[in-house]
Design a binder for this molecule. Structure first.
Ligand code: ADP
Length: 440
């Protein structure tokens, strides 16, 4: 096409749009290319007095198909350069610039044809060329009318896009508000929880300090009271013994009975006081084992002798001989005290059958068990009987203080061992002390 006069600009623009449509550019791209073309055409008409315009597609070229428009100026461009009048023109196409075409300087622009467009073949191109050649170009007014239409459509689109953008912005802002509110709420909740946890910890610390001091006070009180009680109770026992002594003035039969009662009550009281004192000592950590090589045979022999006095007619006390080597590192007095306590309990709570003390070595430890054929202990009581002053309901009539087992367990732990119970109601009970052979 020849671009020589003002009117040609409209024709070039119109043809440009037609060609763009024919090769398959999208509607928007057709307008972009036509607009760019009319701008460049106007520039070249003024700068170079016109140009020859060629539309081309490179069918055997590499890469995506492009519609190329070359405008060869009729006079050389000033300084051989071309600068579009409007800077926005270059953005309308993929490429716009001055190129060298077989020695001539031409202004070239190109736009990519979308892959979705109908495939172009040489035949199709010839067909399009014929079609375009036969159609008469419209008048400037036609082109102006179509340009206006395009402008209105473009404006509409811009407005609808702006509206959409505004809606999107609003939504985004709302979402942001929501997220911020949620974040603030979460932060607040977290802070509150943190404050709660901190306060709870502080309270816990305080409570544990209070508890420790209460427990220390209790041990101190028990130790002091029992210590203070021991002397007068011992005195009562001594005096009652003196009263009943044959060397003293004779007593009436009733008086003998009463003095006997005083003595036995005082003896019970002394037992309780002593147990309290022992427990207080063990609790306060003032009980220091006297570590030495202990001969279990000797300890067992002693227990056999002292406890025989307590055995009942229907209950046999069996103290087995410990297997060799029969020794361990421990505190003889404390160990004997624990075993005596367990055997005593066994004899107390067994009506018929036997109470058996047996020693075994297993896993490098001594297992000393006291098994009886008594009433047994219900599972839910297994832990409780190791609590201070606890006695299984119903067993209180047999007497006792409820201090023996908690004390025994403390002592065994002090000796580096454990004290456990296995029992079923009606099947007797077995208390087992395990101790390391080499000491705790
Ligand atoms: P005490 O014997 O002075 O009551 P203990 O602490 O030695 O205190 O025992 C606590 C309780 O455990 C006893 O009162 C009794 O109810 C129960 N108990 C202990 N040993 C036995 C046993 N061998 N058989 C059945 N019950 C037992």
């Amino acid at each position: 096409m020849a671009l020589r006069v003002e009117h040609d600009i409209f024709v070039v623009r119109q043809r440009g749009r037609e060609v763009a449509a024919a090769v398959g550019l999208e509607h928007q791209d057709q307008i972009r290319l036509a607009t760019a073309l009319s701008e460049v055409a106007r520039d070249l008409l003024h700068a170079a007095g016109g140009a020859d315009v060629t539309f081309a597609v490179d069918l055997d070229g590499q890469g995506p198909l492009r519609l190329r428009v070359d405008l060869a100026p009729v006079r050389p461009l000033p300084n051989g350069r071309y600068e579009p009048h409007s800077g926005a023109v270059a953005r309308l196409v993929d490429m716009l610039g001055v190129v060298d075409r077989e020695g001539d300087t031409v202004v070239r622009m190109s736009r990519r044809v979308p892959a979705s467009a109908q495939a172009l073949t040489p035949e199709r191109v010839a067909e399009l060329r014929a079609e375009l050649g036969s159609s008469a170009p419209g008048s400037a007014l036609d082109e102006l009318a179509s340009q206006n239409e395009q402008l209105i459509a473009a404006l509409d689109e811009v407005r609808s896009q702006r509206d959409e953008l505004a809606v999107l912005n609003e939504e985004l802002q709302e979402t942001n508000h929501g997220v911020m509110a949620l974040y603030n709420q979460l932060t607040e909740e977290l802070e509150e929880t943190n404050r709660g946890v901190v306060a709870l910890y502080a309270e816990l610390d305080e409570k544990s300090v209070q508890l420790r001091s209460a427990s220390e006070s209790k041990s101190r009180f028990l130790a002091n009271v029992s210590h203070e009680l021991r002397a007068p109770v011992t005195a009562v026992i001594g005096l009652s013994r003196l009263l009943a002594d044959s060397a003293s003035d004779p007593l009436t039969e009733e008086q003998v009975q009463q003095v006997g009662l005083i003595r036995s009550s005082a003896t019970d009281l002394l037992g309780l006081v002593n147990e309290l004192l022992d427990l207080a000592k063990a609790e306060s950590g003032r009980l220091e084992p006297n570590w030495a090589e202990v001969d279990l045979r000797a300890v067992f022999g002693q227990l056999r002798g002292t406890l025989r006095a307590l055995s009942k007619t229907d209950v046999e006390l069996v103290v087995e001989d410990p297997p060799p080597p029969g020794t361990l590192r421990s505190d003889e007095v404390l160990l004997a005290q624990v075993l005596r306590n367990l055997l005593h309990n066994g004899l107390k709570f067994t009506e018929r059958g036997e109470v058996r003390l047996r020693a075994e070595i297993r896993d490098e430890r001594w297992w000393l068990s006291v098994a009886d054929t008594g009433a047994g202990i219900a599972p839910e009581q297994h832990d409780r009987i190791f609590e201070e002053f606890y006695q299984v309901p119903g067993s209180t009539r047999i007497g006792g203080t409820g201090l023996g087992l908690p004390y025994a367990r403390r002592v065994v732990r002090l000796l580096g061992g454990t004290l456990e119970l296995a029992s079923e109601p009606g099947r007797g009970s077995t208390f087992t002390v395990t101790l390391p052979i080499g000491g705790g």
